[in-house]
Every structure is written in C-alpha cells, then in structure tokens.
Design a protein around this ligand. Sequence first.
Ligand code: ADE
Length: 221
Amino acid sequence: MLRVAQEKKIIHVTITDPREFAEDGIVDDYQFGGGGGMVMKAEPIYHAIKQVQTRQSHLISLTPKGEPLTQDMVKQLLNKKQLIVLCGRYKGIDDRIHSLFDFQEISIGDYVLSGGEIGALVLIDAITRLLPGTLGNIDSAESDSFQCPLLAPPHYTRPEVYRKQTVPHVLRSGNHKMVAHWRRKSSLRETLVRRPDIMGRETFSKNDLAILLEVLDGKNS
Ligand code: ADE
C-alpha cells in the first residue's frame, strides 16, 4: 500500500540519515553519569532536522515515553503537510534536542523497541491508508475498528459454510436495515467484552442503548 501511495504521489517519503551530519560519522556516545547503553548525540540530529524542516513541518519524536498513538491522533496528523518523524536508537537521544524543537512525542505502545523506525512505519501506514485515493474503497477504512471508536464487527466471505460454520443468516438476507442492526450490535458486544476501557470514547444513541440492553440480556439477534 505504501508503494502504491508513493507511485500515485499521494505521499512522498524520504529518509535522512543523521550519520551524514556527523563530522566523524559517529552518532552515539556514552552517557553522562555512567550506566550501560549509548545515547544519540544531539548535533547530528539537529542538522538532519534542519536539512528537511520547512515552515509547514510537524515534528514527531517516537519514544516509549510519548503519548500512546490512537486513531484520533492519526486523523489529526492527516491534515499536516509535512511530518518529520525522529526515530531514536540505543538508549534514546540527548535530551537537549527536545528543547530545540517543538516535538509531538508519540509511543506506539507500552513496550520498548530497539529503535523508532518500526514505529515510524506504523505511523506512516496508519496515516497513508486514510488519505484519499490510497484505498480502493473508502468504505473499508470508514468501517475499521477505531475509525469509529468501537471495535469492528466480524466479517465473512464465501463460502457460506466453512468447516461446518455458517455465515450468520442476517448477512445473507439482503435486508440492509437488519444487517446494520446486526453489525452495530456485534460492535457493541465485541467492544464491551474485549475492550470495556474504550466504551467511553463513543457517543451512544437511544437505539444503541436499546441494543446494549439486548446484548446484556444475551439476546442473539
Ligand atoms: N522506540 C522504542 N520503543 C518505542 C515505542 N514503544 N514507541 C515509539 N517509539 C519507540
């Protein structure tokens, strides 16, 4: 998908290597105060950023200390003309870099990667697939889990019966209203069971509340 988006000139991705901005090619050093692990030097990073920064740049620093990435944050980033994504390595980057630029610090999850590059790919992928023209069918992005704050309902394709499991009857009924009701109910049920912590992100209609009562009653329509 990223290749197609670049070919269609929907996005333009470049990589800037801080090594090219280090006089001796060395980008890391021991940390003051001792302790294991190398720290990235501020100066090569400073010049690498200056090389690509424009007035329209939005700067992101990928770090496990950052704000956890959500779909809402991805949607906000869609409006930015240029993103500069700083990927740390080793123990991180000399902290003084953070007072020289206005970074949005983002974490892609509560675990530690060996560098920010994979995080950058995650971010670029999540943004690119929402840009007009990237996905063939925009509907498929709109019905994702998290595009709406609730988890997506299950999806099925042919065959109708697979290893003795039949696709729910309502999805083969051709009745769009019933299909919509089934999908909404599945979304509400899946979210309630798997991710009760995110239920509060959705605004519920009266119809949703009626469906939630059905879910809690265990009715399986
Ligand atoms: N670099 C190392 N771990 C990271 C994480 N969880 N998120 C973003 N960048 C990182």
